[in-house]
Structure formats: structure tokens, C-alpha cells
Design a protein. Structure first.
Lengths: 99, 99
DNA sequence: TTGATGTTTGGCAATATAACAAAATGAATT
DNA sequence: AATTCATTTTGTTATATTGCCAAACATCAA
């Protein structure tokens, strides 16, 4: 076992923390299928633009999302495929638990 | 895209939230290699027994850990291998970013 | 009963947090 | 240059959480 070291564990933990909010988890889940831009998320949540923007910033700060500007819009997408895998697995487990 | 639904997203998000704390992330990481019991974590963190116990409870409540009692001790282990995979991937990414 | 191993509860102080509104940015279009 | 559109940043408020410790409680084995 390793001795616990805050500095070492804070960064990876922050990634999980970023996904640990219903709205942010939902966003990541939507991005499993394809990229999307801010106003699409706003429409489907009924939340304020700024609220969604802040959630997206949080995910980006945790290096979970990347952005690309095309035309007037900014497209968000998942950086790491393992996020997809883990989300899928978590969802799978939850499905099983139901039945 | 799916409409956002709090009920649906809260449970999976809670799993991420559970891992979104440095100490809990570290615990999960240690359990990637082998099972351990409470006092081992206490020794290596210098935290109170109750503090560690609460962190373990949080992870268990999120269905990330399972327990087994053997003799005097209670052994904790990771339930889902995909957690291992995701942690390894997150760590790998962070390693890359450094270099 | 005693000792070892964990859990639960209570309390506190600090911190975080989510959300909205309004102002600001910046690119693209006119 | 001015305007418009998409998004971000800032300010604020209220709320909730949370992490931690300490002390009490539970369980089991010797």
C-alpha cells in the first residue's frame, strides 16, 4: 500500500468530482454519442445559459471535455474514451440492480 | 439527445461523487491491488478511525465496495472491475500530461 | 471480562455549491 | 463600424454539504 498523499490524489479525484453532479453526468452521457453545443443542453434542461456554461467549464477544467469552435458555435466533446466505458459500465450495473 | 431527468442521473452521478474525494480515491486505488481492512487505511492516512469508516461507508453506499468479515477484521474490496479500468486510465492520462 | 476492530452519532466550522441575472467577450455578419 | 449571436465571466445569495474529530456503541474472540 502507498502512503496517502493529498497532492497526488487530488487531481484524479477532481475528475470524478466533476462527473459527480446529475447535470454534468447527463452532459457527459449525451456526449458519448456525439458532440454538442451549449444551447442544445440549455434547451433540454431548462437551466440558464450561464449555469450550463459553468458546468461545461467544470468538466473542461477537469480535462474531461475538449472544445472546438466551428462557425458561431462551440462544440464540446469527450476527451477520453475510458470515460465512455466507465459511464456505460456504471449504467449497466444500475440496470442489473433494477431487475 | 435525451431530455435531462434528475431522477435518472442522480444515482450514477453519486458513484462519481463518491470517488471525488482524495481520500476515497486513494482508498479505491489501494483496493485495485488487493483487499484491505479499516485499520490499514487509518495507519497510512493518520486520520481518525471514524473518518475512514465514514469514507468507506460512502463508497459502499455508492456500490463501489463490498465487504466480507473474516475473523476480527472486515475486508473491503472493489466490486466492479470497470472502476479499476477507469482509475488506471485517469492515472495514465495524468502521467502523460506531466511529460 | 477484556481487548481488538469497526460503526454510528453529534456537532461544528469551513467550505463549497448551484443557480440566476446582468455585464462582458469575441467572432462573424451586415 | 455597428450589430448580432453564442457563450463566458462576474457578482451575489442562499443553501447545503462536507470533512473531521471525539465519544459512545456494537460485535466478536480469547
Amino acid at each position: 500500500m502507498d502512503t496517502f498523499n493529498t497532492d497526488i490524489c487530488s487531481k484524479p479525484a477532481a475528475k470524478f468530482k466533476a462527473l459527480g453532479h446529475p447535470v454534468r453526468f447527463w452532459i457527459a452521457q449525451q456526449l458519448m454519442k456525439s458532440e454538442h453545443c451549449v444551447h442544445e443542453f440549455v434547451e433540454l434542461t431548462q437551466l440558464d445559459f450561464s449555469t450550463i456554461s459553468n458546468h461545461l467549464s467544470a468538466l473542461k477544467a477537469a480535462d474531461i471535455l475538449s472544445t472546438e469552435k466551428r462557425g458561431k458555435e462551440i462544440y464540446y466533446r469527450l476527451i477520453c474514451p475510458c470515460t465512455r466505458t466507465f459511464i456505460a459500465c456504471v449504467n449497466g450495473k444500475l440496470e442489473k440492480d433494477k431487475g
